[in-house]
Design a protein around this ligand. Sequence first.
Ligand SMILES: C[S@@+](CC[C@H](N)C(=O)[O-])C[C@H]1O[C@@H](n2cnc3c(N)ncnc32)[C@H](O)[C@@H]1O
Length: 219
Amino acid sequence: MTDTMPSDLLDLARAAKGFMPADEGDLLFRIALERLPHGPGLEVGTYCGKSGIYLGAAAQRVGGTVFTVDHHRGSEENQAGWEHHDASVVDPEFGLMDTLGQFRKNIARAGLEDHVVAVVGRSSTVAAHWRTPLSLLFIDGGHGEEPARADFQGWAHWVGTGGYLAIHDVFPDPADGGRPPYEQIYLPALAGGAFTEIEVVGSLRVLRRVSGAAGDPLR
Ligand SMILES: C[S@@+](CC[C@H](N)C(=O)[O-])C[C@H]1O[C@@H](n2cnc3c(N)ncnc32)[C@H](O)[C@@H]1O
């Protein structure tokens, strides 16, 4: 099986609004191809579905499913006055970000609606009710300390043995970017011994769960 994405989906992924560099997207596609035959994937933080197209393309190839969890109201850094604000995704009625419509269009254009399932809500609320083992977990949600910590605590233990935890925007050197994904997700995942690092491209780190079963608390 080739690990290259169909060119039409690659074009759509690259054209979608969002925060996923092409080389990191290629890695997402490749790890999803590996893992999705064994169980569902879930991403925390989909924004307009850019990373969701890479993951969904793999799900389509192997007959798998990816859940995307996002309240679609944007992270702190997406709000007005911040670096990553985009006024074109503000709902004028509420004066709040709303990326759900763009997400839906992007996934529909890519023909991935049977494979990418949107769960719209706060990550910690969805996690509190989640009970399904994950073969692949991709965390790219809120990048502040509190949301990053909550995403690790709420989701990482649902990765089954042999499953992957992928973390975006991991910057060990503060000169390169914000610290919370590194300090609140990446370091605790490795420190507990349940995960080991297997691949790095740019700021995307991929860890494999090497001990414990899905749902078992992490140390
Ligand atoms: C960095 S963006 C995701 C980028 C996306 N993966 C891409 O490929 O373009 C982070 C997303 O996380 C969402 N988010 C932030 N905090 C959240 C929370 N506590 N619950 C649900 N979604 C959250 C935001 O709405 C935003 O869409």
